[in-house]
Write a protein that binds this ligand. Structure first.
Ligand code: PBG
Length: 324
């Protein structure tokens, strides 16, 4: 006798009773991009619905997203001044520090994670201090200034630090520095398994962080590597990461599952800019049902094993989940 799977699919009530994976507004973290100035809200042409905003606009935005039940953001900054070591982000009065303080003043409950990297702050657009000999990022020199950047974020009131530069040893260095300054309860979400992906293109438009020469393959991971992907995340767990991450998400759902099967830590999936842009364009051209495809891809990340989804779709998804 064969099994009749269709018995549990006859109407929406029974389908929802047996549904294994559902999305809620608590699953999402929403990326925000801050720029110097006032009254600035510039849409990014490659990412419709995503804006570069001045601090005053970011604060307004936080009010709106809280109304959607969205309480968690991850902040990126676009400074006015860039140099070879990214000095801007090492000042106590950096654009990120001022943004965190401004949000917290108006919305103290907003949970703010900060992306910790140097590519937005350096004139060469790489993720740290360059080693002139190798023409690549100097790992250990970058660790030192990363600790400084983390302390700036922490002192400004960040709730979580998310290092994204793919420097070896960064979690241990940040944990030690944060603990020494008394931030023992500040969690670190590591971009632990981050691939050298071509899906970051639109992000680099919005963050103005395209490398002026070369690419990121000497520090970000090779997209063909499955076992190394697990090792990268497990090493960051050993160093003290509180949350691990896989980035990008869509082409790496297998990696999310691999890591899920090897750790008990929470996992974040970063649904990156290129994934967002492709869907927007396909939707705008009537090729797909945008909202349905969006929810299908978001649930696929959770089903693969992610607990947190960092996504530019967060607002749209929350609106749909609220039924308006
Ligand atoms: C910074 C950083 C990048 C992204 C997040 N943090 C870009 C990169 O590594 O080039 C990409 C996010 C996206 O594409 O949405 N290093």
């Amino acid at each position: 006798m064969f099994k009749r799977f269709r018995r549990l699919r006859t109407n929406e009530t029974i389908r929802s009773l047996v549904r294994e994976t559902i999305l809620t507004p608590n699953d999402f973290m929403y990326p925000l991009f801050v720029k110097e100035g006032e009254n600035i809200k510039d849409e990014v042409s490659s990412m419709p619905g995503v804006f570069q905003m001045s601090i005053d606009e970011i604060v307004k935005e936080c009010g709106q997203i809280q109304e959607l039940g969205l309480n968690t953001v991850i902040l990126f900054a676009i400074p006015d001044v860039k140099d070879s070591v990214g000095s801007e982000c090492l000042c106590t009065n950096s654009i990120i520090a001022r943004t965190i303080k401004a949000i917290k003043e108006k919305y103290p409950n907003m949970y703010i994670a900060t992306d910790l990297c140097f590519c937005e702050y350096t004139d060469h657009g790489h993720c740290g201090i360059m080693d002139p000999k190798t023409q690549s990022v100097d790992n250990d020199a970058t660790l030192e200034i990363s600790a400084q950047q983390a302390i700036v974020h922490a002192k400004a009131g960040a709730n979580m630090i998310a290092p994204s530069g793919m420097m070896d040893g960064i979690i241990e260095v940040l944990r030690t520095a944060l603990d020494k300054e008394g931030f023992v309860n500040l969690p670190i979400m590591s971009y632990s398994t981050k691939f050298a992906s071509a899906f970051y293109g639109p992000f680099r438009d919005v963050a103005e962080s395209t490398p002026s020469f070369g690419d990121r393959r000497t520090y970000q991971m090779d997209v063909g590597n499955r076992l190394e992907a697990i090792e990268e995340s497990l090493e960051d767990e050993r160093q003290g990461a509180d949350i691990l991450m896989v980035k990008p998400a869509l082409s790496f759902l297998d990696t999310i599952r691999d890591i899920r099967n090897n750790t008990n830590l929470p996992i974040a999936a970063y649904n990156v800019s290129g994934e967002y842009a492709m869907l927007k364009l396909a939707g705008a051209n009537g090729l797909i049902d945008y909202e349905k495809v969006m929810m299908e891809k978001l649930v696929s990340m959770k089903r693969a094993g992610a607990n947190i989804i960092i996504t530019y779709h967060a607002k749209e998804a929350c609106k749909l989940l609220q039924g308006n």
